[in-house]
Design a protein around this ligand. Structure first.
Ligand SMILES: C[S@@+](CC[C@H](N)C(=O)[O-])C[C@H]1O[C@@H](n2cnc3c(N)ncnc32)[C@H](O)[C@@H]1O
Length: 268
């Protein structure tokens, strides 16, 4: 973990944190009253926040397995969130025990949990860094120690880019990260959308506005360009349950509740 002060000094419990709200959606216990209240408000506005979070996590599991089975042995997981078992390295190592994983998040509370639960097993590390400064992420000593940018890397941007506003240039951020990766690297990406929820009451973006990161959900057309320079694996950028399902698909009504697109691309 990066040395940025003890977690207790930097963890803000006065404002909701997206990482802790997401932990609440997934049924975790690493959240505070302020996070639970904000998460409940999001659930009031988008009752589908919970099934969406679970479907997103299931996608991550299938996508990580796919890229590792495809030969990837190093993973840069940016916006990793509070550890939720199985974590990226646990999923990867089911298929290949030698996979190295660099976890990155800009929330110190994620760092505090990562120190205890993600980085205790060699070949994993955590960097406290902000994806809005991609050069800092790429230059972080923990990332440099674990990731050999001469070999293919799986870049995970799972449920994080919707915390980057248009004026912060999310496409430019992805392009900078992509430039550092050799051919054959993979982009594993999910992103929140309202394409399936046209009639939500209230504004979930507004709830996140008061948290430590604002939310910008995007339509399919706003997400697909993040894959510029990558060839999308079948079935492309789709609602996450439809990406290579390994269990029976939910029915149409259930499917409509999942507010995430996801895809995996291979760098050309
Ligand atoms: C919804 S969680 C996703 C966790 C995990 N990737 C998953 O999909 O299960 C989003 C994570 O992104 C992190 N995050 C938000 N903005 C970020 C930024 N600018 N740089 C790095 N991480 C960020 C949050 O702290 C949070 O842990």
């Amino acid at each position: 973990m990066s040395e940025q002060g003890t977690p207790a000094e930097v963890i803000d419990t006065s404002r909701p944190h997206p990482a802790r709200m997401y932990d609440y959606f997934l049924g975790g216990r690493d959240n505070y009253e302020v996070d639970r209240a904000a998460a409940e408000r999001v659930i009031e506005i988008i009752p589908d926040a919970l099934p969406s979070a679970r479907a997103n996590r299931d996608f991550l599991r299938r996508a990580v397995r796919t890229v590792v089975v495809g030969g990837i042995r190093q993973i840069l997981d940016i916006g990793t969130g509070i550890p939720t078992s199985p974590n990226t390295h646990e999923i990867a190592r089911e298929s290949a025990p030698d996979v190295r994983v660099a976890y990155v998040d800009n929330d110190p509370i994620v760092g505090a949990h990562a120190a205890a639960r993600l980085t205790s097993e060699g070949s994993t590390g955590f960097a406290l860094a902000d994806v809005r400064s991609p050069e800092t992420v790429l230059g972080d000593p923990v990332v440099r120690e674990l990731i050999d940018f001469g070999q293919p890397v799986a870049l995970l941007l799972v449920a994080v880019l919707h915390f980057i506003q248009d004026e912060e240039d999310p496409a430019g951020i992805v392009a900078t990260l992509t430039e550092a990766l050799p051919k054959g690297s993979c982009l594993v990406l999910t992103h929140g959308t309202q394409d399936f929820h046209q009639h939500v009451e209230g504004d979930a973006n507004e709830v996140y506005q008061r948290s430590t990161a604002s939310l910008t959900v995007r339509p399919h057309d706003g997400i697909a360009p993040f894959f510029d320079g990558y060839e999308l694996l079948d079935p492309g950028l789709v609602q996450v349950p439809l990406w290579r399902p390994d269990a029976p698909l939910p029915d149409v009504d259930e499917l409509r509740r999942v507010a995430f697109y996801g895809g995996v691309g291979v760098k050309e």
